[in-house]
Structures are given as structure tokens and as C-alpha cells.
Ligand binder design. Structure first.
Ligand SMILES: [Zn+2]
Length: 337
């Protein structure tokens, strides 16, 4: 088989999975840009609909709009709730979509909100977004650990069948979540600190603990977290190889965090007043650059060229997250959508 045939077979036979990307969570986002993932032959995308800085009402507003738009474009997109529905979407050339929320402030302190979001298509929730909240600590805060409300949230997420996600979460809280959860825990978009010493990246202990739960770590494509200002496929492959060696090839995936800015109107002041979410020491001035979904084909080429087996490359590009979806996501007892 020629090298290009081999690359094509990874795309044909596997599921290409982006565990976290999308838009600034706002109804002003132009969702026609989802075509970028379709053009890149990506099969599944988790779209961010909120993060802890924003009021919970903004998350609901965004979720309502994104759901409505996706359901209004059924020939190109499918709002899915199971691994089988992802396979069906691929077979009919649609991008499969679910949603994620970065941080538990979206719950407004109410446990029943977990099920509410689940019913609306959220399949992944992060414990924190950089700062502490009611459930635990953020990675850019004085992490006080998992709270009793946080433990209730894990119980509820395990009951419903959602990905418990500890990207952006403080190291101590993330370890306590991984210890407590009955089900595998993921880092949807976090890179190894050993290759880039940013406070958003994760230690070898966190990586090993995630693998012990049966979870998956998604490599994120921002220059700040990849190191050396790079966003090229060779650099992504370096991070992937580090995780494959440390955690094993069954525990590595991709969560690009490719994002489109939108005009946030009245929320601009909120951002300006809350710079502590992105401390200057960790986020010095300078442009954020992104690894683009269209580069995923080149990433497959690089991984194969470096001698990784077809099986390992398929697993990293999406097979591992697909396995978790099969294991963790449950069909709601009544139709969700
Ligand atoms: Zn993020």
C-alpha cells in the first residue's frame, strides 16, 4: 500500500475525533464555519458552549442557538448521543456533534442541571475553567481540592453517562476526581508539562492517573501549550509520542481547541474585568496561533512516517475516544432531541 493509500485508509476505516473545539460561546457565532471540520474529513466534534467566566444563562442561550442551527442543517450535521450514531453520521457523510461545557458554574449550584444539559446534548463537562468554583480548583488558582458538591456532580455524571473531564482543572482536584470517579476520566485538551511547562499543561502523575482510570488525554493545538511557539504536525506528533510512551497508545487522542472569535458585545467588559482567568504570567501578550483541522491529514502522515502502526494511529486519531463513548455514554430513556 502506498503511503497516501495508508493515510486514506486511516480516514476510511477509523473515526477522526476532535474532543474540543469550536466557537466563542455566543449566539453570534457563525456556525457555517463548521464546514471546516467537514472539509478536513473529521467525523466527530465536541463544541464548547460555555465556560466558567460566563453567566450560566449565556451557556443556555448558546446551547439553544447551536442546537437549533445544527438541527436545521440535517443533511450535513447530526446531533448524536451514542457511538453507533457517530458511525451512522460518518456513513451518511455528516459531522457528528455533541457539546461540552468548561467548568461547573454553568450548573448554578444545582445538581439537577447536569441532567438538563445532558438532555440537550452535552456529553462532556470540565470541572473547572482555570479558576476555582463550587466543585473544585482551577489550574490557575489556589486549588483547594474536590468539594462535596463536586463529588455529587461526579456521581450524577457517572449515572447519566457523560465524560468527566479535568482539563483546565487544578492538579490536586484532578487527581481527586480521578480517584473518586467510578468511570474513566478524560483530559479533553491538555498537553504534557514535560514538553511545555505551562500551567495549563499536566504532569506525568496526572497522565498516569488518567490512564489508570481507563481515560484518554487529548492533545491541544495552541502554540502556548505546544511550546516553542509551534503549531506544526511534527510538534503535535512529539506530544502524542510522549503520551503514547508514558500512558500507552490506548489513552491518547486529539482535542484541538481550534476556535473562531466573535464580537462578544456587552460581554467585553466581563472579559476585561476578569483577567485573572488568564494570568499575565501564563498568557503574555502575543498572538495565539492554532493547529488547524485541515492539518490532521498531515498529522496522520507524520505518525505513520515515524513508524507507528495503523492500529495505533487509528486509535489516537479517534478510536480511543470512540471506545470511551461506547463504554460511557448511555442512551437516554426517552429521546433527547
Ligand atoms: Zn479550553
Amino acid at each position: 500500500m502506498s503511503p497516501s493509500d495508508k493515510v486514506q485508509s486511516i480516514f476510511d476505516l477509523g473515526i477522526i475525533w476532535d474532543a474540543h473545539s469550536g466557537f466563542m460561546p455566543d449566539p453570534a457565532a457563525d456556525l457555517r464555519n463548521l464546514q471546516i471540520w467537514r472539509d478536513a474529513n473529521i467525523n466527530y466534534l465536541s463544541i464548547d458552549v460555555g465556560f466558567d467566566l460566563l453567566p450560566w444563562q449565556q451557556t443556555v442561550r448558546t446551547l439553544a442557538h447551536f442546537r437549533h442551527w445544527i438541527l436545521a442543517h440535517p443533511s450535513d450535521y447530526a446531533l448524536v448521543s451514542s457511538a453507533d450514531e457517530i458511525l451512522a453520521a460518518k456513513a451518511s457523510d455528516k459531522l457528528a456533534v455533541t457539546f461540552d461545557i468548561e467548568g461547573m458554574n454553568a450548573l448554578d449550584g444545582r445538581i439537577e442541571m447536569v441532567e438538563f444539559y445532558h438532555r440537550l446534548g452535552v456529553r462532556q463537562m470540565l470541572f473547572a475553567y482555570n479558576r476555582n468554583n463550587l466543585t473544585g480548583g482551577g489550574c490557575h488558582d489556589d486549588d483547594l481540592g474536590l468539594t462535596s458538591f463536586g463529588r455529587q456532580v461526579i456521581d450524577e455524571m457517572n449515572r447519566l453517562g457523560m465524560f468527566v473531564d479535568v482539563s483546565h482543572t487544578g492538579a490536586r482536584t484532578s487527581m481527586e476526581v480521578m480517584e473518586y470517579s467510578d468511570r474513566p476520566v478524560i483530559f479533553s485538551h491538555s498537553n504534557p508539562k514535560a514538553l511545555c511547562g505551562h500551567g495549563r499543561n499536566i504532569t506525568d502523575d496526572q497522565i498516569r492517573a488518567c490512564a489508570r482510570t481507563g481515560g484518554v488525554i487529548g492533545i491541544v493545538g495552541l502554540n502556548r501549550f505546544l511550546g516553542d511557539g509551534r503549531t506544526d504536525s511534527e510538534r503535535l506528533a512529539d506530544h502524542i509520542e510522549y503520551l503514547v510512551d508514558l500512558a500507552g497508545p490506548r489513552h491518547v487522542g486529539i482535542g484541538l481547541d481550534y476556535a473562531f472569535p466573535v464580537d462578544m458585545g456587552g460581554l467585553d467588559t466581563l472579559f476585561a474585568d476578569n483577567r485573572q482567568f488568564w494570568p499575565q504570567s501564563e498568557y503574555p501578550d502575543g498572538a495565539t496561533t492554532y493547529y488547524e483541522p485541515s492539518q490532521m491529514r498531515e498529522l496522520v502522515e507524520v505518525l505513520l512516517h515515524r513508524g507507528h502502526s495503523d492500529r495505533i494511529v487509528r486509535d489516537v486519531m479517534g478510536g480511543n475516544f470512540m471506545r470511551l463513548a461506547r463504554e460511557i455514554w448511555k442512551q437516554p430513556s426517552t429521546p433527547a432531541y
